[in-house]
Design a protein around this ligand. Structure first.
Ligand code: CP
Length: 289
């Protein structure tokens, strides 16, 4: 089973993955006894996704290979496809891939015969992040129907936003989008954060993706924080049982104030913790289905 984007999965398949992740979190043990090899092929930088997939594979008793793009034959001009095909030829059982190009996996349909789990494609999709976000929300609220979320920040460059907006709407959530005009996408209606901050159950901040900007932001970091950032004053306006999420890494004091990162409403490190269990479920499904 490949997982490229959540759009390809039914609600029932997504629920099954979340249930399995919850079982792993509750102590379900499954051990491949070193008989499966999982390769982590990250062609873009990552801390959380890379090493939580690695932790997940190790917890399942798999062996892992961690590709070092900066010291590889990519430097000699080898292509993404040839690199991926090489790891398949080694006898790996599944590949975890992050790459810069949107939908990189469409360039080699049916040419890789082992499962691929998409660990993020450009500004396209980030299915494992969405699943861990959904698990965190379900643990908090029990279900998704009629929950309201504000997704705030660099919508245009965010594969997290693109994955989440689609699946959250499919699950019956009310999704509000907010952020600077320069990060607007025509597909989404933007609203002002201060108009919705007291109405939503979840505020999800997004990192400004400086590495993807064609030119520097038109506003200063200070003004960004003042207009769109989550500061203590805004947190105090949130509903009593509401929560704060961020996929991380975060730019402290730009999209989120230092004091807010670990405040009582923040679930940011819980999201990271849940990432391991969700990725265990994804690897198990990839190997067994
Ligand atoms: N949230 C996330 O994808 O973080 P990394 O880029 O560190 O993997």
């Amino acid at each position: 089973m490949n997982i490229f984007k959540l759009e390809d999965l039914s609600i029932s398949e997504i629920s099954d993955l979340l249930d399995l992740a919850e079982e792993f979190k509750s102590g379900k043990k499954l051990n491949y006894n070193g008989e499966k090899i999982i390769a982590n092929l990250f062609f873009e930088p990552s801390t959380r996704t890379h090493y939580s997939f690695d932790t997940a594979a190790l917890r399942l008793g798999c062996k892992t290979l961690n590709f070092d793009a900066s010291n590889s034959s990519l430097k000699k001009g080898e292509t993404l496809y040839d690199t991926i095909k090489t790891f398949e030829s080694f006898g790996c059982d599944a590949l975890i891939i992050r790459a810069t190009e949107n939908e990189y996996y469409n360039h080699f349909p049916n040419k890789i015969n082992i499962p691929i789990l998409n660990a993020g494609d450009g500004t396209g999709n980030h299915p494992s992040q969405s699943l861990l976000d959904l698990l965190t929300i379900r643990q908090e609220f029990g279900s998704f129907e009629n929950l309201s979320i504000a997704i705030v920040g660099d919508i245009k460059h965010s594969r997290v936003a693109h994955s989440n907006i689609d699946i959250m709407k499919r699950l019956g959530m009310n999704v509000y989008i907010s952020g600077p005009e320069e990060f607007r996408e025509d597909a989404y209606e933007f609203c002002k954060l201060d108009d919705i901050i007291d109405k939503v159950d979840i505020v999800m901040l997004l990192r400004i993706q400086n590495e993807r900007l064609e030119k520097s932001m038109s506003i200063t970091p200070e003004n960004y924080h003042r207009l769109y950032g989550l500061n203590v004053e805004r947190v105090n306006k949130m509903k009593s049982n509401s929560i704060i999420m961020h996929p991380a890494p975060f730019n402290r004091n730009i999209e989120i104030a230092d004091d807010v990162v670990e405040c009582s409403k923040s679930r940011i490190f819980k999201q990271i913790e849940n990432g391991v269990f969700v990725r265990m479920a994804m690897i198990y499904s990839a190997l067994e289905k």
